[in-house]
Ligand binder design. Structure first.
Ligand SMILES: [Zn+2]
Ligand SMILES: [Zn+2]
Length: 258
């Protein structure tokens, strides 16, 4: 399985900046988890093949360019862009984004061949299919309804926390899996901002260390994501100081495969 964290910003030469300002992970050129940078980070080839978008929660850094992505493809689509999220989050995105004010209600529109976008709600705790993946999502602890998930192509299994503070059900889900090849987990704020992290529903490196104590699998790669850009260097140092084997900060623009 191939996963890339799409870049959010670019340097003066047009190369991907290391900072993660938006969240969008593209899997096997077919599916994305979240859509922060979907309209700016996908290659032209991926724009032709990604038709399924899983949204963990409606915060702007996770959905920012989703409307632009659908708009770009409007006349070209032969099948809808499918937005997979809980019923509650589908409702929020429809109400707050695709509402005819912020952006057109694409869920009501068709081109000559197909509807251009549709919401495909899933239930937490129940496995569902997205393209070639089987996905199970559970609620995590954030300030809006948010899910973490595990997903598998039948060979490789990946766990993704999305935005969360200390959580429980996610770890039960992860520990139930026969194997997990990699864990993508957030580490938003440095240890000195633990209060801010707690009230905003995020982890610090120290809180991440405590969360990893709930993980029963061993030997898997752990990639820290959602590092707030202004604290990135400090966060990388604090993550290294944890001394956790195979833990590193995920690099935007780099393709990982397991
Ligand atoms: Zn969030
Ligand atoms: Zn976020």
């Amino acid at each position: 399985m191939k996963i890339k964290l799409l870049p959010s910003t670019f340097d003066e030469r047009g190369c991907a900046s290391p900072e993660q300002r938006l969240s969008c992970f593209v899997i096997d050129d077919r599916v994305t988890i979240d859509a922060g940078s979907i309209a700016i980070g996908l290659s032209d080839a991926q724009r032709q093949t990604v038709r399924d978008v899983i949204i963990t929660h409606p915060h702007m850094d996770h959905i920012a360019t989703l409307p632009i992505f659908v708009d770009d493809l409007f006349a070209l689509l032969d099948e809808p862009v499918r937005i997979h999220a809980t019923e509650e989050v589908c409702g929020m995105i429809e109400r707050d984004i695709f509402n005819g004010t912020v952006y057109p209600p694409f869920q009501k529109f068709s081109n000559d061949r197909t509807r251009v976008m549709e919401f495909v709600p899933f239930r937490t705790g129940e496995e569902f299919r997205v393209a070639h993946l089987r996905v199970t999502a559970v609620a995590v602890e954030h300030i809006v309804p948010t899910v973490g998930m595990v997903f598998t192509d039948g060979e490789t299994s990946i766990a993704f926390s999305s935005d969360t503070s200390a959580t429980e059900e996610f770890w039960h889900l992860v520990n139930r899996q026969p194997r997990v090849d990699a864990l993508l987990i957030e580490a938003s704020f440095p240890n000195s901002l633990s209060q801010l992290a707690a009230v905003s529903g995020h982890l610090t490196p120290e809180a991440l260390r405590q969360e990893l104590g709930k993980l029963s699998h061993t030997g898997l790669e752990v990639l820290a994501v959602h590092l707030k850009p202004s604290f990135r260097e400090q966060l990388i140092r604090e993550l290294a100081d944890l001394g956790v084997p195979r833990l590193s900060a995920m690099e935007a623009g780099r393709e990982y495969s397991w």
